[in-house]
Design a protein around this ligand. Structure first.
Ligand SMILES: Nc1ncnc2c1ncn2[C@@H]1O[C@H](COP(=O)(O)OP(=O)(O)OP(=O)(O)O)[C@@H](O)[C@H]1O
Ligand SMILES: [Mg+2]
Length: 261
């Protein structure tokens, strides 16, 4: 079973869009995905609830609806044969919640938009992931997704220049497309509505799927996580409450520090 956490405290960066499209993709392949929604906004949950029963099944766990204690038994509620667990996190997750949210993650996906504000926020996020959550670059579990890109724009070029300085792989570059919005409205992934020019999107997603298939060298037990998902309980409580809180209280403050870590 692989756990994939989609994380970026910056609101609207595409966490839910990526989480639901991954869920759709794995469901279509019979990999029995579980989609865990940590966000009180409940967007992922809403998406699952829109799906028709004839569509490939995505098992939903709405973490925000349950008490912190209940989250201790999450793993017991994963259906048998669960292949992938995709965790959609809220905006404004605080730095202190990041160790808990990432400790048992096999892969951590960070979507970033091509805008100066998002680039600035990403600098801080990467610092927190490296320095607070102690995610190691060499573990091959942290990947960045450039989202909503329009090639041939200055903002796209600025984003790619910035991402190139981080020393973290850019595992996908997703175009800005209204098809994502349309698919989400129907409780579907892009792969399920298959736009006429879907081949372009498929090529963009394929690099992400390929990267996900390369195991990370991270060992959750070595980093102090218990075998159960008890650690998720405090993260969920913390991140759920953080969803209405101001932006991260990151201790780190400079981009060069992140690049050195
Ligand atoms: N590649 C894309 N092309 C076009 N629209 C997109 C794309 N990715 C995301 N969007 C749209 O951008 C908006 C924000 O995306 P989304 O809800 O996935 O972000 P989020 O990070 O989950 O937001 P929040 O922090 O509020 O949870 C949505 O309307 C979504 O449909
Ligand atoms: Mg969201």
């Amino acid at each position: 079973m692989q756990r994939i956490v989609v994380l970026n405290p910056k609101g609207g960066s595409g966490k839910t869009t990526i989480a639901v499209n991954l869920a759709s993709h794995f469901a279509l392949r019979g990999e029995r995905p579980v989609l865990m929604d940590y966000d009180v906004q409940g967007s992922s949950s809403h998406w699952v609830q829109k799906r028709h029963e004839t569509q490939a099944h995505v098992h939903l766990i709405s973490v925000f609806e349950r008490g912190a204690l209940a989250t201790r038994t999450f793993e017991l509620r994963f259906p048998e044969g669960t292949g992938r667990v995709i965790i959609d996190t809220p905006a404004a997750v605080e730095a202190q919640a990041m160790p808990e949210l990432t400790r048992t993650a096999d892969k951590i996906l960070v979507p970033v938009l091509p805008s100066d504000f998002d680039i600035y926020a990403c600098t801080r996020l990467v610092q927190n992931l490296l320095l607070v959550a102690k995610v190691k670059r060499r573990d091959n579990r942290l990947g960045i997704i450039a989202n909503r890109v329009r090639r041939n724009t200055l903002s796209y070029q600025a984003l790619m220049r910035f991402l190139g300085t981080l020393g973290i792989p850019i595992v996908a570059t997703l175009r800005d497309s209204q098809y994502y919005v349309r698919a989400a409205t129907l409780g579907l992934g892009l792969e399920e509505i298959k736009p006429y020019d879907f081949d372009e999107d498929l090529a963009q997603w394929q690099s992400l799927f390929d990267w996900l298939d390369v195991p990370s060298t991270h060992s959750a037990s070595a980093s102090g996580a218990s075998a159960s998902s008890a650690s998720a309980s405090s993260a969920s409580a913390s991140s759920a409450s953080a969803s209405s809180a101001p932006a991260s209280s990151a201790p780190a403050s400079s981009a060069p520090a992140a690049r050195r870590a």
